[in-house]
Design a protein around this ligand. Structure first.
Ligand code: ZN
Length: 100
């Protein structure tokens, strides 16, 4: 009888240890995932910084401003687009009054 009880306890404790061992493996994988995530974060930061610089350059490119309604246009906007704005928004104003 005693032997059977000991054997039964061993199986129980062994199962518990096995459960702990299983818990350790995912933690190791979690650390690896953390390092991978940190790399992804660094890439995301670099990408965000790149986008920010692009936004800044775009903001700097907004140099053409309508003097009548203060609407801003990209410096790359062609004259036809500016004329269209002047004709549509300010039909009574001359093109030179909007964009001197
Ligand atoms: Zn305007």
């Amino acid at each position: 009888m005693g032997v059977e009880v000991r054997f039964w306890r061993r199986t129980v404790t062994g199962g518990g240890e096995g459960g702990r061992g299983r818990g350790v493996v995912p933690m190791g994988g979690g650390n690896a995932q953390k390092s991978a995530k940190s790399r992804e974060r660094n890439l995301a930061k670099a990408a965000a910084e790149g986008k920010g610089s692009q936004l800044d350059s775009k903001a700097k490119a907004m140099t053409i401003q309508c003097k009548v309604c203060m609407a801003q246009f990209l410096s790359t906007t062609n004259e036809a687009g500016l004329k269209q704005h002047a004709e549509n928004k300010h039909p009574k104003k001359a093109y030179n009054e909007c964009f001197p």
